[in-house]
Design a protein around this ligand. Sequence first.
Ligand code: GLA
Length: 382
Amino acid sequence: MIQARVQSAFKEHFGGGSRLYSAAGRINLIGEHTDYNGGFVLPGAIDKVILAAIRPNGTDRVRLYSLDYDECVEFGLAEEDVSSQQWARYVFGVCRETCKRGGKVAGFDAAFAGDVPLGAGLSSSAALESVFAYAINELNGNGFDRFELARIGQATEHNYCGVMCGIMDQFASCFGRAGHLIRLNCKSLEYQYFPFHPAGYRLVLIDTCVKHELASSAYNRRRESCERAAAAIRHRHPEVTFLSDARPAWLEEVCPELSAEDAMRAEYVIGEFQRVLDVCAALEKGDYATVGERMYQTHWGLSRLYEVSCPELDFLVTLASRQGVTGARVMGGGFGGCTINLVAEERYEAFVQAARNCFIAAFGHAPNIYPVVISDGARRIE
Ligand code: GLA
């Protein structure tokens, strides 16, 4: 059990008296690459978490032990930068971003480990940021709300990891609630919990295990395309701040001014706004056929217009459709990682078997299969 391992590693490295915190990875049913465009997302936290045992150490230094990497890192809170391991940069960023917002960060010792698969599009980095943002907030009595904690994680990605991400992953990791998806309006930051117990269906992730080396720069370029498209539209329609404010016809007006690539990216994003709303309306009616249809549409938009898919992901989505899976699509930023699949109970076993066998036959390695349980977000456990 992770909990026991983390607590005993803490004892071994730092002694006793720690508190234990948890934060989760996330899924997203629909609403991909909409967060940084001011649109809607529909994520939930999952039962894959990072646990951290942590205790103030009375100094101005942070000492960390990662069980998964079996590495120790130490840094001073006044240091300008840490050039060490990537995983430590996340914790360092969270400390700095907490201070920037006027929060106190006293030196601490921490040991941590998790079971959120890395590079699978399940936001292991957001889980790491959130568990430390939450713990530091509580241990220092800073009183930041969960939105501020999510922003601390997001700013860590921007300023210390070079990924210009939106707010979705950190939001889901901080706000997750068992049995619920959360619809977040990324412009107004209004959110609503949606009970999610799709009777007769299961959600399963299939991880291609493909990791794209340049995923973060490709991600940032997608964002820049969207910003250029929004700026062109704003020129004619000043009320447009984000692409989410634009009507499809307004995009058509400016298409001649945009590169073909920017126009394709914007076309996908504008279509995706409506799909999230359609899915929320369908969920309220228990209309899973529509939910699934929109998921497939999202996938092919992400593949052909947004160009963040890869052959392995397209293969799995095509296979899902042939197997009668209700909905399937690439999930998260893309460029590898997982598909998310909404599968009727009676087709589940056959689909998972076929996905495994056909994937091995086509690509020579097995995919990882993760059934999804929607769970709680960041919290103190002990
Ligand atoms: C990554 C980012 C999120 C979001 C998704 C795509 O997970 O961290 O902010 O943009 O990609 O929806």
